[in-house]
Design a protein around this ligand. Sequence first.
Ligand SMILES: [Zn+2]
Length: 386
Amino acid sequence: MSRRSLIATLTAGAGAVAVGATPAQARENAQEPEASRAPLRADGHTTRLVLLGTAGGPPWWPNSNREGISSALVVGDRYYVIDAGDGVGRQLRKARLGSWQNDLGGPLDKLAGVFLTHLHSDHIVDLNNLLTEGLSNGIPRADLPIPLIGPGNRGALPPLFGPDPTPPVVAPENPTPGTREMWEAMVRAYATDFNDRARDSRKPVPDQFVDARDIVLPSWATDDPNGAPAPDMAPVPVYEDDHIRVTGTLVDHAPVFPALAYRFDTEDGSVVFSGDTAPCDNLVRLARDADVLVHEVIDRTWPESMFPEPRTPAQEASLHHLLNAHTTVEDVGPVAERAGVRTLVLSHLVPGNRPDSVWREARHGFSGRLLIGHDLDEVGIGERRR
Ligand SMILES: [Zn+2]
């Protein structure tokens, strides 16, 4: 592969024009293989966070045990899924959620909602898996439909980054669908299967088991999708049932827009999910005094190694374009400190194959408890109840 080869959508972040690392560099960058340890448990807690997958970015990271980004919040007898990255279905079983031991009746029998932070593929790629194969893994249930909640239509194409030529537009009739339209498109794509299951096995049809909704944001906040950074805003209500109250805010993951962070308030405490973002005042406001902040993080030596010094102005621009959409190991601790959260959980690790020693540096500037997230880790919220 030529050193000057183009890597499109380099990571979870901004699509960037990059100089590719050679295979030898990539091996060097991977350093020691990522260590695995037994997942942390939170037995006895009726409310608990479960990290289903902790890798960020579309790459299938070599030397990594991490599945794609996805988390669950268990509240009493039910759970909510936040993002649906690669592997979420199998991880739900491994996390022993719902009726996980049943061949057919679980684990989705206790799934009470799906929340998407933004529509990058690493956050949604297994949404179709969850909600199509889900028909044989616990859906249908008594209290259908399941809310599927996420950002609305972007409203405009992102600006072109880097030099011409301008790429062709995909689906020009609606090039930036939001959550509801994306789900409707998935339903059409899987219509053969859905119709077969409905007519042959009497399974419910999508409208009966999914209620897809776009989050409504103030119009002044969404008027200019290309006006990064996201405007300052107070958190807005997103969803409420008798177990949780969810609020959300815009975060800085340009050019992705809207990109959201969510806060879940429960009887036992609060958990905030950053989604993908650079350090962001909106997030600090949303996470104020939360029990747990699940935050994304990037090891900046990884993109830096793809643009080794000396850098041309174009390479420097590409590097910053990427870093400006994420939060570095050095910056994540101070974000958590400003918010006053008690526990900072690192997830959505980019790259997904660094040893814990790299991520442990995030303790600098944070006086609370730091947890370097691994797949299937559990974190209890509030008191042990049983
Ligand atoms: Zn991501």
